[in-house]
Design a protein around this ligand. Sequence first.
Ligand code: ARG
Length: 254
Amino acid sequence: MKKWLLLLMTAGLAAALAACGTSSNNSNASGDDKTLIMATSADYPPFESKDGDKVVGFDVDLATALAKKNGYKIEIQDMDFASLVSALKTNKADIVLAGMTPTEKRKKQVDFSDVYYNAENLVVSKKSSGIKAEKDLKDKTVGVQLGSIQQDEANGFQKKYNLTVEDRNKISDIIQEIKAGRFDAAIIEDKVAAGYLEKEKEFQAFGLNSSNEGSAIAFKKNSDLTAKFNKSLKEMKDNGELDQLIKKWFADEK
Ligand code: ARG
């Protein structure tokens, strides 16, 4: 082979590889620069839940509105809550909205927007359980969602109350375990617990005096979406759009 031809081919190959490199670093998980993949765990009404095959909820509406303001469409990927952070890190998703709390631990791996909704943790149990205050958790079995801040909180109680902490991937599975009597209680966020308290008349709840910083959007580290979405989020807070979505999805805030 002629030397100049070989050189040309090498240069061509290098250019092709370089092009590949940039596209995999900067492009969206969808591979389409107008579509963002939103990962979520659709077991969390009114934030996100399944309506047939569709995922609906406050987070979906919020993501759609924020994306639209920045010229994007949203495509939703439903997965276990515990997989969400790694979905961002492995470029399987561009944004996560899952009622996710911006904890210090998570901030080491992903970036967060400002908080868009506040929350409090409740202990949910059957009325017949006699669990009315934190101290009643002594020797009990408590269910939490795998990978959640509620799991961290329960682990914190473990020694103090000789608690058995059980985790499940889905909140609905935790509720089933309480109904079946295998778990005495669960730690669940107030707005999500409210839906179950309404449906399950045998359930009761009380609040824990813990800190729960609420929900924020998670992004890949150093994503330029973070600043853009924060700007649009502020706009939605200021012009009442966010309040409208809150009224739509959180019945008691009408
Ligand atoms: N706020 C809690 C956390 O960030 C629980 C969120 C659970 N979300 C869900 N879609 N299941 O750990």
